[in-house]
Structures are given as C-alpha cells and as structure tokens.
Design a protein around this ligand. Sequence first.
Ligand SMILES: Cc1ncc(C[n+]2csc(CCOP(=O)(O)OP(=O)(O)O)c2C)c(N)n1
Length: 280
Amino acid sequence: MGVTPEQLKTLTDKAKRVRIDILKMLTECGSGHTGGSLSAADIATALYFYKMKYDPKRPDWKGRDHFILSKGHAAPLLYTVLAHAGFIEHAELCTLRKLGSRLQGHPDSKCVPGVEISTGSLGQGLSVANGIALAHKLDKTPNRVYALLGDGELQEGQVWEAAMTAAHYKLDNLCALVDNNGLQIDGPVAKVMGVEPITDKWRAFGWEVFDVDGHNMEQLVNALDKAETVKGKPVMIVCRTIKGKGSKVFEGKVEFHGTTPSKEELEIAVKEISQEAVCK
Ligand SMILES: Cc1ncc(C[n+]2csc(CCOP(=O)(O)OP(=O)(O)O)c2C)c(N)n1
C-alpha cells in the first residue's frame, strides 16, 4: 500500500486518456451520458489502475475484485476503463450504441467481458454488491467489492435498504463510492430532492465514511487503501466531484447529463484536457 509520485502521475495521465476516449466515443455516437461519465473518471481510474485485482484474460477469475457500476448510465466510462484494462479492444469503443454492438447505452453483463452485472435502473447496484460481498464472507475468500453510485441515485429507497443490510452483515469487504457531483438528470440534486448531509446519513447507517475530493488522485487512492483496513463495517467514500469534469464546455452544465459533444466541442475539450493529439 502507499502510492509513489510516479504512480500518481501515471494515474493522473491515465484519467486524462480515459476522459478523451469517453468524449471521442460519445461524439462518434451522438447519444449517451457525458457529464456523469466525466465526473467519475478519476474514481474509476483509481479503482481499475491502482486498487482492484482482475485478469482481463479471465474475466470470471475467482480471485478478482468486483466492480458494480450502479449508476449504469455512465457506461461510456466503464467501457473505456475496460478497454484500457484489456477486457475489450480499444477499437470497439467507437461502436457505442450502434446497432449490433455489445456496447449498449447501459452495460450488459451477458455480452461485455468485465461487466459484473447489467445496470441502468438506478438504486439496485448496492444490493447486488451486498450479495457478492456476503457470498465472499461466507466462503471466507479475500475478494473485495466496489460499487459506484450517483448522488441523485441516493434518492432511491432501495439504496437505504442496502445500506442497512451491509452494516447488519458487517460487510467490511464492501466499499461503496458516491459520485457527489451535485447534479442529476434535470437539475441540482438539492432542488429535485436533497440528499445531504450524505456523510452523516451513511455514518448513521453504520458505515465508516471518508470524504474526499473526487478529482484528487492522491486522496482517492489513500481512501481506497484506508478502506481495506476498516474491520466490522462497510465503507462509503463520498467523492466530491464536478459533473462534466475536464473541460469548461461541460463542467457544471446539467444539459450535458445526457447529451454529447459536437465535433467542435470535442476539439476544444481535448485541447483543454491535454495538449497531446487525440488518442487513436
Ligand atoms: C430507477 C430509475 N429512474 C430514473 C432513471 C433515469 N435517470 C437516468 S440518469 C438519472 C439521474 C441520475 O443522477 P445521478 O445519480 O446524480 O447521476 P450522475 O449525475 O452521476 O450522472 C436519472 C433520473 C433511471 N435510470 N433509473
């Protein structure tokens, strides 16, 4: 455990590549979820390229850690990290949402290697994560389970049933993360139906809670390391993020929840994210 400055730089660069690939695939496709894919790019990068154990050649490897994208509409992010991790070919990314493609608008576990569970109907992922974590407890296997939720998703009642369940069964092999970007499909979460105080709520439900800047790679990886040391209860990492993070074109703009960049917007964003050429 512990992260070196070189590792941090590599991870930060990786998150930039991930953002650029997300934007390229969404621009090519012309439909899909931009804001919530970009806001969670650092989180997914820390998980897939720092913390989680997996084998892309054997997606069903019994020793793997599990990632549940409960906010399934951020599928472009999941597909991108799966491509960078070697589960699918990079070239396949440009087939997003095309007829016959495996890369549907929401992830399908039946056809995409590395997708643990089909998601998209908000509120369900943490319950699935609980089941997998409980099974590993019963089997006395060391695998860990990670679930990523949206803050708007916290409005779903099932999330809180799952919160109770995880604490009841002392699922200390479970780490959930919330992408706390403050916006949902059609406005600020606080206006639609407020979910604050998020940290206090999870603590009251019996969870260990860490609160981090979800775009600060060092804070993210340190929280993921610390989560592994917690015993007897599940861990929630509240990640304070910006919807559309990466470019002024999208940042904090609710209209980019479910719309995609134009070619011109893509060009501006890629320049902002990195001075390098658009990745092949
Ligand atoms: C059960 C259910 N209700 C409604 C939707 C439609 N929907 C898709 S994304 C979204 C907003 C989610 O907001 P949040 O969880 O904050 O996601 P993020 O901002 O991170 O993209 C909604 C309501 C859905 N997918 N599932």
